[in-house]
Design a protein around this ligand. Sequence first.
Ligand SMILES: [Zn+2]
Length: 189
Amino acid sequence: MPRPLLLLVFIHKDLSDYKTNELYENHFNWLSEEFETLSGRPFAIIFIPPSDAPTLSDHSYKIDTPEQALHDWYLKVEEQKMTYTYGSYDDHTRKFLLLTRDNLNSSTAGIASPKGYCAISSIRGNQTPAHEAGHMFGATHEDYEVYYNGWWDETIMAPGTGFSALRGDAKRFSDKNRENIRNYLEEYA
Ligand SMILES: [Zn+2]
Protein backbone atom coordinates (compact mmCIF):
# COMPACT_ATOMS: atom_id res chain seq x y z
CA MET A 1 0.00 0.00 0.00
CA PRO A 2 1.67 3.28 -1.05
CA ARG A 3 2.22 5.62 1.86
CA PRO A 4 0.23 8.85 2.14
CA LEU A 5 1.89 12.24 1.75
CA LEU A 6 1.73 15.25 4.04
CA LEU A 7 2.50 18.92 3.48
CA LEU A 8 2.67 20.99 6.67
CA VAL A 9 2.16 24.67 5.89
CA PHE A 10 3.35 27.01 8.62
CA ILE A 11 1.64 30.37 8.26
CA HIS A 12 4.15 33.13 8.94
CA LYS A 13 3.14 35.80 11.44
CA ASP A 14 3.17 38.37 8.64
CA LEU A 15 0.17 36.56 7.10
CA SER A 16 -1.86 36.69 10.31
CA ASP A 17 -4.42 39.03 8.78
CA TYR A 18 -4.98 36.86 5.69
CA LYS A 19 -7.97 34.56 5.48
CA THR A 20 -6.88 30.94 5.74
CA ASN A 21 -9.57 29.68 3.38
CA GLU A 22 -8.49 32.14 0.67
CA LEU A 23 -4.86 31.09 1.01
CA TYR A 24 -5.97 27.49 0.74
CA GLU A 25 -8.18 28.07 -2.30
CA ASN A 26 -5.59 30.09 -4.22
CA HIS A 27 -2.46 28.09 -3.55
CA PHE A 28 -3.24 24.60 -2.26
CA ASN A 29 -6.66 23.17 -3.04
CA TRP A 30 -5.79 22.29 -6.64
CA LEU A 31 -2.28 21.18 -5.60
CA SER A 32 -3.63 18.48 -3.35
CA GLU A 33 -5.71 17.13 -6.26
CA GLU A 34 -2.72 17.28 -8.60
CA PHE A 35 -0.55 15.24 -6.23
CA GLU A 36 -3.30 12.71 -5.59
CA THR A 37 -3.98 12.26 -9.30
CA LEU A 38 -0.35 11.85 -10.28
CA SER A 39 0.68 9.61 -7.37
CA GLY A 40 -2.46 7.67 -6.50
CA ARG A 41 -1.77 8.48 -2.84
CA PRO A 42 -3.66 10.60 -0.34
CA PHE A 43 -2.03 14.04 -0.11
CA ALA A 44 -2.93 15.94 3.06
CA ILE A 45 -2.21 19.60 3.61
CA ILE A 46 -2.31 20.89 7.18
CA PHE A 47 -2.20 24.61 7.93
CA ILE A 48 -0.44 25.50 11.19
CA PRO A 49 -1.55 28.95 12.39
CA PRO A 50 1.12 31.26 13.87
CA SER A 51 -0.28 30.87 17.39
CA ASP A 52 0.27 27.09 17.26
CA ALA A 53 3.95 27.39 16.32
CA PRO A 54 5.22 30.71 17.73
CA THR A 55 8.92 29.99 17.30
CA LEU A 56 8.51 28.77 13.70
CA SER A 57 6.03 31.38 12.51
CA ASP A 58 8.29 34.33 13.26
CA HIS A 59 11.20 32.96 11.24
CA SER A 60 13.37 35.75 9.74
CA TYR A 61 13.31 34.96 6.03
CA LYS A 62 14.40 38.30 4.60
CA ILE A 63 18.00 38.02 5.70
CA ASP A 64 21.32 38.15 3.78
CA THR A 65 20.61 35.31 1.40
CA PRO A 66 17.65 33.00 0.73
CA GLU A 67 20.01 30.05 1.17
CA GLN A 68 20.79 31.19 4.71
CA ALA A 69 17.09 31.69 5.46
CA LEU A 70 16.40 28.13 4.28
CA HIS A 71 19.32 26.74 6.29
CA ASP A 72 18.05 28.45 9.45
CA TRP A 73 14.55 27.11 8.72
CA TYR A 74 15.96 23.58 8.53
CA LEU A 75 17.62 23.98 11.92
CA LYS A 76 14.38 25.15 13.54
CA VAL A 77 12.31 22.38 11.92
CA GLU A 78 14.88 19.77 12.93
CA GLU A 79 14.51 20.86 16.57
CA GLN A 80 10.73 20.61 16.53
CA LYS A 81 10.06 17.90 13.99
CA MET A 82 8.98 15.34 16.57
CA THR A 83 6.01 17.54 17.48
CA TYR A 84 4.58 16.91 14.02
CA THR A 85 4.60 13.16 13.65
CA TYR A 86 0.90 12.59 12.74
CA GLY A 87 1.49 8.90 12.19
CA SER A 88 4.20 7.15 10.25
CA TYR A 89 5.59 9.86 8.01
CA ASP A 90 9.29 10.41 7.38
CA ASP A 91 11.40 13.02 5.57
CA HIS A 92 10.36 11.67 2.18
CA THR A 93 6.63 11.75 2.76
CA ARG A 94 6.26 14.75 5.12
CA LYS A 95 7.40 18.27 4.11
CA PHE A 96 7.64 21.53 6.08
CA LEU A 97 6.74 24.66 4.12
CA LEU A 98 6.90 28.16 5.60
CA LEU A 99 4.33 30.38 3.85
CA THR A 100 5.22 34.09 3.83
CA ARG A 101 3.63 37.34 2.71
CA ASP A 102 6.72 38.73 0.95
CA ASN A 103 9.42 37.40 -1.31
CA LEU A 104 12.74 36.48 0.28
CA ASN A 105 14.47 39.17 -1.77
CA SER A 106 13.90 41.11 -4.99
CA SER A 107 14.46 38.07 -7.19
CA THR A 108 13.47 35.10 -4.99
CA ALA A 109 9.85 34.18 -4.34
CA GLY A 110 10.65 30.85 -2.73
CA ILE A 111 13.40 28.35 -2.02
CA ALA A 112 13.65 24.62 -1.37
CA SER A 113 16.40 22.08 -1.52
CA PRO A 114 15.76 19.42 -4.17
CA LYS A 115 14.28 16.29 -2.56
CA GLY A 116 14.63 17.89 0.87
CA TYR A 117 11.89 18.34 3.43
CA CYS A 118 12.04 22.10 4.08
CA ALA A 119 11.01 25.05 1.94
CA ILE A 120 10.03 28.69 2.17
CA SER A 121 7.51 30.24 -0.19
CA SER A 122 5.86 33.60 -0.55
CA ILE A 123 2.24 33.92 -1.66
CA ARG A 124 3.17 36.39 -4.44
CA GLY A 125 2.57 33.82 -7.19
CA ASN A 126 -0.34 31.40 -7.08
CA GLN A 127 1.94 28.55 -8.15
CA THR A 128 4.94 29.44 -5.95
CA PRO A 129 4.12 27.22 -2.93
CA ALA A 130 3.35 24.37 -5.36
CA HIS A 131 6.67 25.03 -7.10
CA GLU A 132 8.62 24.68 -3.85
CA ALA A 133 6.62 21.59 -2.91
CA GLY A 134 7.52 20.20 -6.34
CA HIS A 135 11.24 20.64 -5.62
CA MET A 136 10.88 18.70 -2.38
CA PHE A 137 9.21 15.82 -4.22
CA GLY A 138 11.78 15.63 -7.02
CA ALA A 139 10.35 17.85 -9.79
CA THR A 140 12.83 19.98 -11.77
CA HIS A 141 12.94 23.29 -13.64
CA GLU A 142 14.34 21.58 -16.76
CA ASP A 143 11.20 19.53 -17.20
CA TYR A 144 8.64 22.32 -17.01
CA GLU A 145 6.46 22.93 -20.04
CA VAL A 146 4.08 25.47 -21.47
CA TYR A 147 0.68 24.11 -22.46
CA TYR A 148 -1.74 25.82 -24.79
CA ASN A 149 -5.30 25.75 -23.52
CA GLY A 150 -6.78 28.68 -25.36
CA TRP A 151 -3.88 30.54 -23.75
CA TRP A 152 -0.27 29.73 -22.89
CA ASP A 153 -0.08 28.35 -19.38
CA GLU A 154 3.15 27.55 -17.58
CA THR A 155 3.33 24.38 -15.54
CA ILE A 156 4.30 24.58 -11.88
CA MET A 157 8.07 24.15 -12.23
CA ALA A 158 8.61 27.09 -14.64
CA PRO A 159 11.64 28.88 -13.18
CA GLY A 160 9.91 32.26 -13.49
CA THR A 161 6.68 31.21 -11.81
CA GLY A 162 4.95 34.22 -10.39
CA PHE A 163 6.80 36.60 -12.67
CA SER A 164 5.72 35.56 -16.15
CA ALA A 165 3.07 38.20 -16.54
CA LEU A 166 1.81 37.15 -19.95
CA ARG A 167 1.45 33.45 -19.31
CA GLY A 168 -1.19 31.83 -17.18
CA ASP A 169 -0.84 29.18 -14.49
CA ALA A 170 -1.47 25.64 -15.67
CA LYS A 171 -1.89 24.56 -12.01
CA ARG A 172 -0.40 21.18 -12.82
CA PHE A 173 3.02 19.59 -13.28
CA SER A 174 4.26 18.74 -16.76
CA ASP A 175 4.00 15.10 -17.79
CA LYS A 176 7.76 14.70 -17.24
CA ASN A 177 7.60 16.20 -13.77
CA ARG A 178 4.64 14.01 -12.86
CA GLU A 179 6.93 11.13 -13.80
CA ASN A 180 9.85 12.61 -11.79
CA ILE A 181 7.65 12.83 -8.69
CA ARG A 182 6.37 9.27 -9.14
CA ASN A 183 9.98 8.08 -9.47
CA TYR A 184 10.99 9.96 -6.31
CA LEU A 185 8.11 8.39 -4.39
CA GLU A 186 8.87 4.90 -5.62
CA GLU A 187 12.55 5.28 -4.82
CA TYR A 188 12.16 6.57 -1.27
CA ALA A 189 8.66 6.13 -0.04
ZN1 LIG B 1 12.59 26.41 -8.47
